[in-house]
Design a protein. Structure first.
Length: 115
């Protein structure tokens, strides 16, 4: 089992910044990819950004150039730096870790961007 705990969400004005963190614990060996997803009210959960153990990253088009995902393997932490936030970024953000064929989710953290 892998446990994930997110932090760093909150309320921010449009144009502002937030940094989300996700700390992994438990059976963290052989975690390959980690990432952030988000779910807005009435919408499906969508991928925001992922990062592999080797550092390869992937972003949804809507956040490219504004969000940066990073990973600290020594601290078993993945972060999402979010700049130039827009009201449409408002959602619950979830951390996900993939180990083998299993995916593990955090409890989510709310991000609200006011206009």
């Amino acid at each position: 089992q892998v446990q994930l705990v997110e932090s760093g969400g909150g309320l921010v004005q449009a144009g502002g910044s937030l940094r989300l963190s996700c700390a992994a614990s438990g059976s963290i060996f052989s975690i390959n990819a980690m990432g952030w997803y988000r779910q807005a009210p009435g919408k499906q959960r969508e991928l925001v950004a992922t990062i592999t153990s080797g550092g390869s990253t992937n972003y949804v088009d809507s956040v490219k150039g504004r969000f940066t995902i990073s990973r600290d393997n020594a601290k078993n932490t993945v972060r999402l730096q979010m700049n130039s936030l827009k009201p449409e970024d408002t959602a619950v953000y979830y951390c996900k870790a993939v180990r083998g064929s299993y995916g593990y989710w955090g409890q989510g953290t709310q991000v609200t961007v006011s206009s």
